[in-house]
Design a protein around this ligand. Structure first.
Ligand code: ARG
Ligand code: ZN
Length: 416
């Protein structure tokens, strides 16, 4: 009797009993080489429940694109034999997703509290926002810009030396719930800011002359859900009238030719654009804050994963933004900085042609509001672990990303 209770208790501590397990689930990578093979994938996706990792929906798939998707255990055998028969080039990226998910928490650091080299749950991140502000009152202050659908506080950190008429850079993390490396980067950034101010010349210059608004997690409800119920959740957790499906894709929910391309009008889809632009409390709060501070915010950075890309507008059209040449030059130099640390290779360019066309993104919206330096980061990796990036990669990923962010911030400061 006691042994049973102890076992149940131990299991509950690491993973709640009601959470979805990924035993035997596989992640496939396929590369269709012609329209016929794309059509085959369409048929496959309409017959079998498939979770697209990259791109996020079958509708975005084009010939020669690498397509990563997850298949539930009892469907893997069938999917694999269909792929064999069809002749579509494929490989198995992850043979057993649960094994890789268990291995996420591989950091050597033993910690029960908040730790920068581990994935922190929302409770720890929320407490951390209060602590870092309290302990660094000269550099960090915390405000709340709204609440989530489920009522959680949307905290925003303002990082910088106080001064008058300072311009600012806005950076958010955690749009998509399962992209855990993203919130880890926002936390890392703030840590680096407070710990290297006064010693690192560039960081000191940046914080003396600019403010950084850092939103550690935008989609908090979704993030909590990935910890408690379903690790692969992407969208918000709001209800949809007329449907039992939950959630809207926050990065399809902005007023940037909303829901025109690369987004879905169906609430059950992963790229559901919502009932209207800014229908989500989270995106509305972010957009309201940026609108209110448009005269000071000179750059917008939004952190996603995975695929190792630095993207800039537009995603809703193949047309290039007015300062395309400048954005491209900045991206090239920022990526060079990033790569210099560990050799991590990044691609960069306008979203539509570099990743895929998709409307309603926060980057395009911010750009059209007049923030001419607007970038989306897609952090590590390129699919070996995908969203299940091991904790041992948090430090190198954040260090290299910080190089690129500092480069961009310095450029923005030089061009105010
Ligand atoms: N993976 C990101 C997403 O699907 C790409 C973002 C690029 N920008 C955009 N506006 N779609 O949201
Ligand atoms: Zn994302």
């Amino acid at each position: 009797m006691w042994a049973v209770l102890v076992l149940v208790g131990a299991a509950a501590a690491s993973a709640p009993l009601h959470s979805h397990h990924f035993d035997g689930e596989k992640v496939f990578r396929v590369t269709p080489h012609n329209e016929e093979q794309v059509e085959f994938l369409n048929t496959l996706a309409s017959n079998v429940q498939i979770d697209f990792w990259n791109p996020e929906t079958i509708t975005q798939v084009k010939p020669e694109m690498r397509v990563d998707f997850r298949v539930e255990a009892d469907k893997c055998f069938d999917v694999q034999s269909l792929l064999e028969q069809s002749g579509v080039e494929y490989e198995i990226l992850i043979d057993n997703l649960q094994t890789v998910l268990d291995a996420q928490f591989d950091s050597n650091v033993r910690a029960t509290g908040h730790n920068y080299e581990k994935y922190n749950n929302w409770e720890k991140i929320a407490a951390w926002t209060a602590d870092i502000a309290a302990q660094n009152a000269n550099l960090v202050s915390r405000t709340q810009i709204g609440t989530t659908f489920q009522g959680r506080p949307l905290y925003l950190l303002k990082v910088g030396k106080s001064g008058s008429n300072k311009k600012a850079i806005f950076m958010d993390c955690g749009f998509h719930a399962r992209e855990w490396i993203s919130p880890a980067f926002c936390q890392w950034f703030v840590k680096e800011a407070v710990s290297t101010y006064g010693s690192d010349t560039l960081m000191t210059r940046l914080l003396n002359n600019l403010d950084f608004y850092v939103l550690p997690v935008l989609n908090i409800d979704g993030y909590v859900y990935t910890w408690t119920n379903y690790r692969m959740w992407r969208k918000t957790r709001s209800t949809n009238s007329g449907s039992s499906c939950i959630g809207t894709d926050p990065n399809r929910n902005f007023n940037a030719v909303w829901c025109s391309i690369g987004a879905s009008k169906k609430p059950c889809d992963e790229t559901y654009c919502g009932s209207a632009p800014e229908s989500e409390k989270e995106t509305k709060a972010l957009a309201d804050f940026i609108r209110k501070n448009l005269s000071t915010i000179k750059a917008y950075l939004t952190i996603h994963s995975y695929s190792q890309m630095l993207l800039f507008p537009y995603a809703y059209t193949y047309s290039l933004p007015e300062n395309y040449a400048e954005l491209n030059t900045i991206s090239k130099a920022a990526v060079k900085e990033l790569t210099s640390l560990y050799g991590t290779k990044y691609t960069f360019g306008a979203s539509a042609s570099t990743i895929y066309p998709a409307a309603g993104g926060s980057d395009d919206w911010a750009y059209n509001e007049g923030i001419k330096y607007s970038f989306t980061f897609e952090l590590r990796d390129k699919g070996r672990y995908g969203f299940a990036l091991p904790e041992s990669q948090i430090k190198p990923t954040c260090e290299e990303t910080l190089k690129a962010v500092k480069y961009i911030a310095n450029y923005v400061l030089d061009h105010l």
